[in-house]
Design a protein around this ligand. Structure first.
Ligand SMILES: C[S@@+](CC[C@H](N)C(=O)[O-])C[C@H]1O[C@@H](n2cnc3c(N)ncnc32)[C@H](O)[C@@H]1O
Length: 314
């Protein structure tokens, strides 16, 4: 997986709200570089001497840095961070230079760093996701564990949009259902579907790196007999003749709108469409499009500014 560093040059006054915005946007940790730290009197801990280097600090103001995974949501995430920071003006908060830069982190340097933040996570009542390098023993009777090696594809399984989709699958998927996972990334939603009882899952993604990753992960989780992974664009792959009980798509709002006509023709009567990847601002756009096309809205859920919608085929 690739990571981006987002660096916001701001004022001392804005450090807390800016850090909060970054955390809310999914950053695993925030680094604060404040020049005043160079001159602050400090206590030493067990004889440790703080040796701060002035060149690591800005001439004025404070740098607040955070790390975000490079994925198809990165641009949207950065745009919404900028918007949220700009809105702090409304509260009369001085934003200082308010200069935002985004840069990609050298993967090798970062490779060992980010693994520290990626631990087993319980994402729903039944599903826990754990990276392959962590030892994890289930603690509940009906717990299902998904082991993932995200590599370069999207989907550590912990992004709010993925979590919302897994929770929706847990609620709406019945034993023996058939599922199509559009934009499967690491295959996390296909694997979750199989573990929750799906009889057959078609997983597709445009990106060949994602397809490889999903193939590896389905084998790792021993569900390859029920999950068929292939490279494909949306639902335009006509080889999926059989109508499905569920279509799940964690893609951007605009792509979801393109998907609606095909989803309708490829779902059984009463079949469910689970979509996420929708930021709050685009919630009504997607809802209106679904309603106009006759879909019945069954459920809308929200996590950290992201929305998931479950709709029933008209
Ligand atoms: C946000 S990721 C979701 C990955 C995974 N399903 C999850 O929930 O973690 C979106 C995925 O959709 C794929 N994608 C984007 N547009 C697509 C399209 N038109 N057809 C198929 N896949 C697409 C991307 O390559 C990416 O892997």
């Amino acid at each position: 997986m690739k990571w981006s560093e987002i660096c916001i040059h701001t004022s001392q006054e804005a450090v807390d709200p800016v850090s909060h915005i970054l955390h809310e946007s999914g950053a695993s940790g925030v680094v604060i570089e404040d020049r005043e730290d160079l001159f602050r009197e400090r206590e030493t801990v067990f004889g440790e001497i703080y040796d701060l280097s002035p060149e690591d600090y800005p001439e004025e103001g404070v740098l607040v840095k955070a790390y975000l995974p490079v994925n198809s949501f990165l641009k949207e995430t950065v745009d919404s961070i900028k918007e949220a920071v700009n809105r702090l003006h409304v509260f009369d908060i001085d934003l200082g230079l308010n200069h935002v830069t985004v840069s990609e982190i050298n993967e090798e340097e970062w490779a060992t760093q980010w693994k520290k933040y990626y631990k087993p996570v319980k994402v729903s009542e039944r599903i826990t996701i754990t990276p392959t390098w962590e030892e994890y023993t289930p603690v509940r009777e009906n717990e299902e564990v998904i082991e993932l090696d995200p590599g370069m594809a999207f989907g550590t399984g912990t992004h709010p949009t993925t979590v919302l989709c897994i929770q929706a699958l847990e609620k709406h998927l019945n034993d023996g259902d058939t599922v199509t996972d559009v934009g499967c990334g690491t295959g996390v939603l296909s694997i979750a579907s199989a573990k929750l009882g799906a009889a057959k899952v078609e997983a597709l993604d445009l990106d060949e790196v994602a397809v490889k990753s999903a193939e590896i992960n389905t084998k790792l989780n021993r569900v390859q007999d029920r999950v068929n992974v292939r490279q494909g664009d949306l639902l335009q792959d006509r080889s999926f003749d059989e109508k499905k009980d569920i279509i799940v798509a964690n893609i951007l709002a605009e792509v979801i709108l393109d998907l609606l006509p095909d989803a309708k023709s490829q779902l059984k009567n009463g079949g469910k469409l689970i979509v996420s990847g929708i930021i709050e601002r685009k919630r009504s756009m997607v809802k209106e499009a679904l309603q106009e096309a006759g879909w019945r809205l069954a459920e809308t859920t929200e996590m950290e500014g992201w929305i998931a919608i479950v709709a029933e085929r008209p």
